[in-house]
Design a binder for this molecule. Structure first.
Ligand SMILES: NC(=O)C1=CN([C@@H]2O[C@H](COP(=O)(O)OP(=O)(O)OC[C@H]3O[C@@H](n4cnc5c(N)ncnc54)[C@H](O)[C@@H]3O)[C@@H](O)[C@H]2O)C=CC1
Ligand SMILES: O=C(O)CCC(=O)C(=O)O
Length: 390
C-alpha cells in the first residue's frame, strides 16, 4: 500500500510505516494520507484513499465534513505534542513577565566601553515581575491546557480553568488546586495572564473578541498557542493601542499584528520539538496501520472509536450513515450471500456510524458478492475488506 505525505513528517513515523511494508509517496494511487498543517482540499483526496491522518492535534486544515460524507475517517494524534506546547506556553508566560528579549537585544547592542558600567547602570530598564502569586486563566483544559494549568501551579501561580466540554479522562489529570470557572467572565476579570487552548471550529472563530477583551484587566497578557482565527487580532491591536491590554503573544502570524510593539509572534512552532514530532508521527503511523490492516479506528475525529482484536479470519468494515435499520440491512446481506457472521460490532457518532463484521469462512466469489451487495445499500458510504495476518 502507498501513503502520500504532506509536510515534514518525522523520520521515525515514516520508518514505522516502511517497516510495516508501506511505500511512501510512490507513483501510484494512495491508500492513506499523512499530513501536518497542509491545507487539504477535498479534491486532493483520491477515491483510493481510505484514511487521512493528521500528525498533530488540530484538524481545521482538513475538510472533515466532505470526507465524512465520503466515508473516509480522519484521525489526529491527541496529546502527542501537548508537552511541547505546554513548555512554549510557559516560556511565553515568563517572557510576558520579564523583558528578556529586549534585555538580550540591549546587551548585544551596547558594545565598547566599561562593561560593568554599561550593564549595571542600565539594567533598571529591564526589571520584570514574578509569576508567583499571579493568576493564570486557562481556557480549554484538554491535553495542552491541563498540562499548562498543572505546571503553572508549580510556578506558584493561582490557576483558574474554563472548559464546559471537558472530557472525563482529561478531568482526572487536572490538579484539584485548579479553580473551576463555571463562568468565563469570572476568569476574564480575575486573570493577570490568559492562555487559550481550544480548537478552531466555527463556534470558536473569534472566541476572544472585543467584548471578551474588554472584560480583561488592562494589565493582563494574552497568549494564543491554539490557532489564528480563535483570537480577533484586529480587536487585540485596538485593545493594545488603547492600553486596555498589556501584551499579546501568538504562534500565528497575521499582518495586522506586526506594527504593534506589544505583540510577540512565533511562526507556529508550538509542536515543533523533536520529541513531539516523533511521538505524533509514531501515533499517526500506528493509527494508519490499525485502520488499513485491521479496520480498527483509533482517535478518529469523525467516526466512532472501534479497536477490537482480530479474532476471526476475515472482517468487513462498513462506514455508513447513522440511521435506523443499518444493522438489519447489513446482516441481511450476509444472510443472502450465505456467510455466517461470527461477530458484529456497531458504533455511532453523530451522523455517522461504523459496523465491523467478523466471519471465518469465505467461499469462491463471495468477497465480490458481499461487497457489491453492501455497496448497494444507499446509506453505506464506504467499506473495506480485511484478512487476518498469518
Ligand atoms: N501551536 C501549535 O503548534 C499547536 C497548536 N495546537 C492547538 O491547540 C488546540 C488544543 O490542543 P489540545 O489541548 O491538544 O486539544 P484537546 O482536544 O485535547 O483539548 C481542547 C479542549 O478545548 C475545549 N474547548 C473547546 N471549545 C472550548 C471553548 N469554547 N471554551 C472552553 N473550552 C473549549 C474542549 O472541551 C477540550 O477539552 C488544538 O486544537 C490546536 O488547534 C495543538 C498543538 C500544537
Ligand atoms: O504540525 C505542526 O507542527 C503543527 C502542530 C499543531 O498545530 C497541532 O498539532 O495542532
Amino acid at each position: 500500500m502507498n501513503i502520500k505525505t504532506y509536510n515534514a513528517i518525522s523520520p521515525k513515523g515514516l520508518a514505522a510505516l516502511k517497516d510495516a511494508g508501506y511505500q511512501i509517496n510512490a507513483d501510484e494511487d494512495a491508500d492513506g494520507i499523512l499530513l501536518r498543517s497542509q491545507k487539504l482540499q477535498n479534491s486532493d483526496v483520491a477515491d483510493s484513499v481510505k484514511a487521512v491522518v493528521r500528525a498533530g492535534a488540530g484538524f481545521n486544515n482538513i475538510p472533515v465534513a466532505d470526507l465524512s460524507a465520503r466515508g473516509i475517517p480522519v484521525f489526529n494524534t491527541p496529546g502527542g505534542n501537548a508537552n511541547a506546547v505546554k513548555e512554549l506556553t510557559i516560556a511565553a508566560l515568563i517572557m510576558a513577565a520579564r523583558p528578556i528579549l529586549a534585555a538580550v537585544r540591549f546587551a548585544q547592542e551596547t558594545r565598547g566601553g566599561d562593561v560593568s558600567l554599561r550593564t549595571e547602570s542600565n539594567k533598571g530598564g529591564y526589571r520584570g515581575t514574578e509569576l508567583s502569586g499571579k493568576t493564570l486563566g486557562v481556557i480549554g483544559l484538554g491535553n495542552v491546557g491541563s498540562k499548562v494549568a498543572n505546571t503553572a501551579l508549580d510556578l506558584d501561580m493561582e490557576v483558574i480553568g474554563y472548559d464546559p466540554g471537558l472530557n472525563a479522562n482529561t478531568a482526572w489529570r487536572i490538579d484539584r488546586r485548579v479553580e473551576h470557572a463555571s463562568n468565563l467572565d469570572d476568569l476574564l476579570n480575575k486573570s493577570d495572564y490568559i492562555t487559550v487552548h481550544i480548537p478552531l471550529n466555527e463556534a470558536n472563530r473569534h472566541f476572544i473578541d472585543a467584548d471578551k477583551l474588554a472584560k480583561m484587566k488592562p494589565s493582563a497578557a494574552l497568549i494564543n498557542f491554539s490557532r489564528g482565527g480563535i483570537v480577533d487580532d484586529q480587536a487585540v491591536v485596538k485593545a493594545l493601542d488603547a492600553d486596555k491590554l498589556r501584551l499579546f503573544t501568538t504562534d500565528f502570524s497575521d499582518d495586522v499584528l506586526f506594527d504593534q510593539p506589544k505583540v510577540m509572534v512565533t511562526p507556529h512552532i508550538g509542536g515543533s520539538t523533536i520529541e513531539a514530532e516523533d511521538t505524533s508521527a509514531m501515533m499517526a503511523a500506528h493509527q494508519m496501520e490499525a485502520f488499513l490492516e485491521d479496520g480498527n479506528i483509533i482517535n478518529s475525529v469523525n467516526f466512532p472509536e472501534m479497536n477490537l482484536p482480530f479474532t476471526s479470519q476475515y472482517r468487513i468494515g462498513v462506514l455508513h450513515k447513522n440511521v435506523p435499520n443499518m444493522l438489519g440491512q447489513i446482516s441481511k446481506v450476509f444472510g443472502q450471500v450465505d456467510i455466517n457472521i461470527a461477530e458484529l460490532n456497531n458504533r455511532s457518532r453523530g451522523d455517522y456510524a461504523y459496523t465491523l463484521v467478523a466471519f471465518d469462512h469465505l467461499g469462491q466469489g463471495q468477497t465480490e458478492a458481499i461487497q457489491a451487495e453492501l455497496k448497494a445499500i444507499p446509506q453505506v458510504l464506504n467499506l473495506h475488506f480485511y484478512e487476518k495476518k498469518a
